[in-house]
Design a protein around this ligand. Structure first.
Ligand SMILES: [Zn+2]
Ligand SMILES: [Zn+2]
Ligand SMILES: [Zn+2]
Length: 139
């Protein structure tokens, strides 16, 4: 369980540094690099402590459950109450929420996540191409 998503059901293995994190924010806080997003993701179920892989490209409804214990891990993320002054931009944007003491809920949408991964992978490929080109120009 991390401080960003209070009801996280799985840990995610970051492919870039091969470490386990509860959420991308946790990775961000301790890393000096961007989280590498890949089509194949490795999860560890917090309920049965077993590890499983998911292909985000062929992600279907039954993939929202741990294959070992059937625990549904794609659920509404319970985020901690906003701390005033923590992120000024967010506070301004969500000013109406400050007086709302209920826990803010945000759904985890695998399709949205997939779209993000696609973009990140495309960006990485472009960077690789650029690096290769620069290498070729050197000779
Ligand atoms: Zn990393
Ligand atoms: Zn976190
Ligand atoms: Zn499980």
């Amino acid at each position: 369980m991390c401080k960003h998503i209070l009801n996280a059901q799985v840990s995610i293995r970051a492919q870039c540094c091969r470490r386990w994190f509860d959420c991308p924010q946790c990775h961000q806080e301790v890393s000096d690099h961007e989280l590498l997003r890949t089509m194949e993701m490795i999860f560890a179920c917090k309920k049965c402590k077993k590890v499983f892989r998911k292909d985000m490209e062929n992600y279907e409804e039954q993939d929202e459950f741990c294959p070992h214990c059937d625990n549904q891990y794609v659920i509404e993320a319970v985020e901690p109450q906003m701390e005033v002054g923590f992120e000024t931009e967010d506070v301004r944007k969500d000013a109406s929420l400050i007086r709302d003491h209920r826990v803010k809920q945000k759904p985890i949408d695998p399709h949205e996540a997939l779209e993000e991964y696609r973009k990140a992978v495309a960006k990485q490929m472009a960077l690789l191409d650029e690096a290769e080109e620069a290498e070729l120009l050197k000779d």
